[in-house]
Design a protein around this ligand. Structure first.
Ligand code: APR
Length: 241
């Protein structure tokens, strides 16, 4: 199976990679829908919404402060590093990550979009200006802007639209790739969940990397089941051989 994927990659002109929380699991960051995905019995869908933030910004920020604390101690793993290796190997390469942890950026990767934003960036709820806020733990919860209004994480919440410029980059990559590797996502959150089908519709080849079957397995040409930190480096190594 892996040989077939390597063969395909050897004949690939334009590679798109899509990642989700599973790619960061081996860096010690809990996934959203895994066994350790709950925080104080809340699911992500209950906290990552504009309504939850309006009702109870303190609880929402405490959740982000907890995640920021874990992420601040995490390092990119072998999966992230292999994806950076793909960027070096392919002339046309793009990464769409749903992750807000910033770990891909820390590998030095350039051609990518953090389609759900970045949890180290904050946005003024009034003025909409954005800036990085790297304090951990936060000095005040909720953190306030210089103008006195509440800051929010600059991430895309359930019920919110993905910024147009992010989508534009994503669709351009979807329309120009001939192979997609989709790694470490449960494939249930839209619009990203629809991207593999879009690649298929364009005649592209879809390779899934996950520890378990997902809805994407139904449409993938090949699913490789295992940890992304093992499989992605093997693919990169196979390409060099
Ligand atoms: N290697 C590969 N896959 C893994 C690994 C691993 N080591 N560990 C876990 N996985 C897989 C799980 O099997 C699961 O399919 O990663 C996936 C993680 O799924 P989710 O927790 O649902 O994360 P994700 O798909 O990124 O969620 C999408 O939902 O909560 C929102 O905005 C948030 O970006 C997030 C979006």
């Amino acid at each position: 199976m892996i040989e077939k994927v390597i063969e395909r990659l050897k004949n690939t002109k334009s590679l798109l990679v899509i990642t989700g929380a599973g790619i960061s699991a081996e860096s010690g960051i809990p996934t959203f829908r895994g066994a350790d995905g709950l925080w104080q019995n809340y699911r992500a869908e209950e906290l990552a919404t504009p309504w939850a933030f309006e009702r109870d910004p303190v609880t929402v920020w405490k959740w982000y402060d907890w995640r920021r604390g874990i992420i601040s101690k995490a390092e990119p793993n072998k999966g992230h590093i292999a994806i950076k290796g793909f960027e070096e190997r392919f002339e046309n390469f793009f990464l769409i990550t749903q992750n807000v942890d910033g770990l891909h950026a820390r590998t030095g990767i350039k051609n990518m979009v953090e389609i759900h934003g970045n949890l180290w960036r904050v946005r003024c709820s009034k003025e909409n200006k954005t800036f990085m806020l790297l304090d951990h733990p936060l000095r005040e919860i909720p953190p306030l802007c210089d103008c006195g209004n509440i800051l929010r994480p600059d991430v895309v919440w359930f019920g919110e639209s993905i910024p147009y410029e992010y989508l534009e980059k994503a669709y351009s990559a979807i329309n120009s790739c001939d192979t997609l590797i989709v790694a470490g996502t449960s494939g249930v959150v839209y619009p990203v969940a629809s991207f593999p089908q879009m690649v298929k519709d364009n005649g592209g080849f879809v390779i899934e990397v996950n520890i378990e079957a997902t809805p994407i397995s139904q449409i993938a040409d090949i699913s490789l089941f295992g940890a992304s930190g093992d499989i992605l480096p093997s693919l990169l190594k196979g390409l060099a051989g």
